[in-house]
Design a protein around this ligand. Structure first.
Ligand code: GLY
Length: 381
């Protein structure tokens, strides 16, 4: 990727949940090196790391050394990289590994990695010995701006994404932005889909800022910490008002109903589609679907797709390598989503950029007709 920058930015976002469950998100370069003292301040004798083989090779020893220097017993459970580890088998491996490391009730689990590791380790922590505390050390842009914050943890079931899980808030989030220097362009772009999402949901000014500053996020300028902090602030506010997604938290799923269906159809095969790419296509579809329903100006849908494409993200069903079935298959895949009530689909739709809303009871035939037209669209310039 690009040359790493050394600017010393460190920002803190507080998540003000009720007493004893509130926590800080620290955002800055080099936080892994100082993690030990911060984790030790939470109390406990042991802090066991859960990570994947790729991240372990890059940051595992550094984090373990920092924890041990702070007087914490440590150890590492390493899973295979990729969405496949967010499975029953991956969950069993992590729980057995943590028990073998003698993690007890007062100890901590430290999730070091991207969204897969955070969701998996968090779910293991939520259930191990009926619940132990955990710390998120997210190392992908997607995890830093979204999945490490807010306490959603879980694994995938054969029938769908994230269908087994628990709400379990971390005690601390350490978003070391220097770890993004080693992220591939593709993973960086995928995370950026979630960054842009926060502007599209409820903050048109932030989307304007993204259009002007997205390159600095990728290259490691101070825009990177600003963007991570802005997203975490937005997410913290939503999670504080609606922790268990009884209402507005569902807005954070903009682009995800389509996106999760695409991930399912492509077999969670990251060679074909990673989560953020599914979200990018799903977001562009949500805008075009809203425009088709007469809810949103077509020019907003065009502006969003243009920006995502400029950042190197896919915005069309035709962009999925190996294809993604047909309209019927996609509607069927969506019917397994958690957002289904009495068989009707719930979507996050928009009245424009920064004006999303929850639209329950969307008729399947309406969605099917839209997707048929999307598949048939002539994309020649
Ligand atoms: N990623 C959506 C949420 O945390 O609610």
């Amino acid at each position: 990727m690009t040359e790493p920058s050394t600017h010393p930015v460190s920002l803190t976002v507080h998540v003000p949940l009720d007493a004893g469950r509130d926590y800080d998100i620290l955002i800055g370069r080099g936080l892994i090196e100082t993690a030990g003292a911060r984790v030790a301040a939470l109390g406990g004798r042991r802090a066991a790391i859960v990570t994947d083989a790729n991240v372990a090779a890059l940051y595992g020893d550094r984090l373990r050394t920092s924890l041990e220097r702070a007087g914490l017993g440590s150890g590492i459970v390493t899973v295979a990289p990729g969405e496949g580890s967010k499975s029953y088998a991956g969950y069993a491996q992590v729980c057995d590994g943590l028990l073998a490391l003698k993690v007890e009730r007062g100890d901590l689990v430290v999730a070091l990695g991207g969204g897969v590791v955070g969701d998996l380790a968090g779910f293991a922590a939520a259930t191990l010995r009926r619940g132990v505390r955990f710390v998120q050390v997210p190392t992908s842009l997607l995890a830093q701006v979204d999945s490490s914050v807010g306490g959603k943890t879980g694994i995938n079931a054969p029938l769908g994404k994230n269908l087994i899980g628990a709400f379990h808030q971390p005690r601390l989030v350490l978003a070391d932005t220097a770890t993004l220097d080693t992220l591939s362009e593709r993973e960086m772009r995928a995370g950026y889909a979630e960054v842009a999402k926060y502007g599209l949901i409820a903050d048109a000014g932030f989307f304007d800022w993204c259009e002007a500053n997205w390159r600095g996020i990728f290259s490691g300028g101070p825009e990177r910490e600003e963007a991570v902090a802005a997203c975490c602030r937005a997410k913290a506010a939503v999670v504080t008002r609606d922790e268990r997604e009884d209402g507005e938290r569902a807005l954070l799923n903009l682009g995800h109903t389509f996106g999760h269906a695409l991930e399912r159809i492509t077999g969670y095969d990251s060679a074909r589609l990673v989560h953020g790419e599914g979200v990018a296509i799903g977001t562009a579809l949500a805008f075009r679907f809203s425009a088709r329903l007469g809810l949103c100006p077509g020019q907003d849908a065009g502006r969003v797709a243009n920006h995502l494409a400029l950042a190197g993200l896919p915005t069309r069903l035709q962009a999925v390598p190996g294809g993604c079935g047909d309209a019927d298959a996609l509607v069927e895949a969506m019917a397994q989503d958690k957002k289904v009530r009495d068989g009707a689909l719930t979507f996050i739709l928009v009245r424009g950029i920064g004006q999303s809303f929850i639209a329950p009871g969307i008729d399947r035939s309406e969605v099917r007709a839209f997707l048929q037209d999307e598949f048939a669209a002539d994309l020649r310039p």
